[in-house]
Design a binder for this molecule. Structure first.
Ligand SMILES: Cc1cc2nc3c(=O)[nH]c(=O)nc-3n(C[C@H](O)[C@H](O)[C@H](O)COP(=O)(O)OP(=O)(O)OC[C@H]3O[C@@H](n4cnc5c(N)ncnc54)[C@H](O)[C@@H]3O)c2cc1C
Length: 301
């Protein structure tokens, strides 16, 4: 995977993601599970294969939605509605959607790898208890989540375990001269081993992202343009986003802040609430591909 962007003229992560998303087709894939592996005490790795992914050109940290049905059978696949949002035929039984990151993609065998953090309850967590090679999983995507402009060589990455597959993909695709810090929020320090070493990236494991201090990173102290990327539980993302914008004076275009989950709320509930906000925003003329719109909606800012 490469973090180059085909969006001519994109000068920061937000505009690059917006351009890429505007041109991206909705990829529906009917996949077959080819491997399930207990990767670490935190993660289950699921590898799926599908010829529907033949045209997929992966970029680091792309996000995909699993389309889950109660019996594990085929899901009704979405199309793009007039407003640009995924939509289903009238009367179709909508699957339950869960967002994950493309950890890696093998374009030759059309195999896509997902690393899923197990937790106490949830549709996805229950899926992991029964999933076997040969099972079918349908999915739709892909949402771009990463870009680094050539002129930015300093980064701050922040993730909890749900953002770890994304930062692992990001770090292994960074040019060697990029430098910065990765804050990883996990109760299991060994999770950091899933991120390949990079000569310029220092990994700091914290049990809780609330422990990430507000002191500016060295690149900000030195006055260098720094890109900040955050993917974690919503409350942590909200706090760290505020620190990045207000204390570190990161330009809004150089910040991507994504709520990957919300404590005490399941994704179905959160998505339903956000859908209403997206529809309102689109009706008011917002571009649904603009990450700023997603940031405002996801974080309620
Ligand atoms: C763009 C994007 C990419 C993502 N990539 C990944 C990925 O690669 N790997 C991954 O594991 N997750 C990833 N996530 C997060 C994942 O979608 C959520 O954690 C999701 O809620 C899990 O679904 P579930 O059915 O297990 O739980 P849900 O049914 O959504 O939630 C049930 C309960 O569990 C809680 N909960 C949800 N996630 C966690 C958690 N991690 N730890 C503790 N409690 C939790 C909820 O607050 C709720 O109370 C991503 C999310 C987004 C938006």
């Amino acid at each position: 995977m490469s973090d180059a962007v085909d969006a001519a003229g994109a000068h920061d992560i937000k505009s690059a993601i917006r351009s890429r998303a505007q041109g991206a087709p909705l990829v529906n894939a009917q996949t077959t599970v080819v491997a399930v592996e207990e990767l670490t005490p935190t993660f289950t790795r699921v590898v799926v294969q599908s010829d529907d992914l033949a045209e997929y050109v992966p970029r680091p940290a792309d996000a995909v939605k699993l389309l889950l049905t109660p019996d594990g059978g085929a899901a009704e696949l979405p199309h793009r509605g007039d407003d640009g949002l995924p939509a289903w035929q009238d009367g179709a039984e909508r699957p339950v959607l869960r967002a994950l990151t493309v950890r890696s993609f093998d374009a030759v065998d059309r195999r896509l790898t997902l690393d899923i953090a197990r937790h106490s309850t949830g549709v996805l967590t229950r899926l992991l208890e029964r999933i076997r090679p040969g099972d079918r999983i349908d999915m739709a995507g892909m949402r771009p989540e990463w870009h680094l402009p050539e002129e930015v060589r300093d980064v701050v990455l922040v993730a909890d375990v749900t953002g770890l597959p994304a930062v692992a993909a990001i770090v292994e695709n960074l040019d060697p001269e990029v430098s910065g810090v990765l804050y990883l929020g996990t109760a299991r320090p060994a999770d950091a081993d899933l991120v390949a070493p990079h000569p310029g990236i220092t990994t700091r494991v914290v049990a809780d992202l609330a422990d990430v201090a507000a002191e500016p990173p060295a690149s900000v102290e030195a006055g260098r343009r720094t890109q900040v990327w955050i993917a974690a539980e919503a409350a942590h993302v909200r706090r760290l986003r505020r620190i990045a914008l207000q204390d570190w004076q990161i330009a809004s275009g150089d910040l991507l802040a994504r709520a990957y989950w919300k404590a005490g709320r399941d994704s179905t509930e959160v998505d339903a609430e956000n859908l209403v906000r997206y529809r309102d925003a689109i009706a008011d003329g917002a571009d649904l591909h603009d990450p700023q719109v997603a940031e405002d909606i996801d974080l309620g800012v």
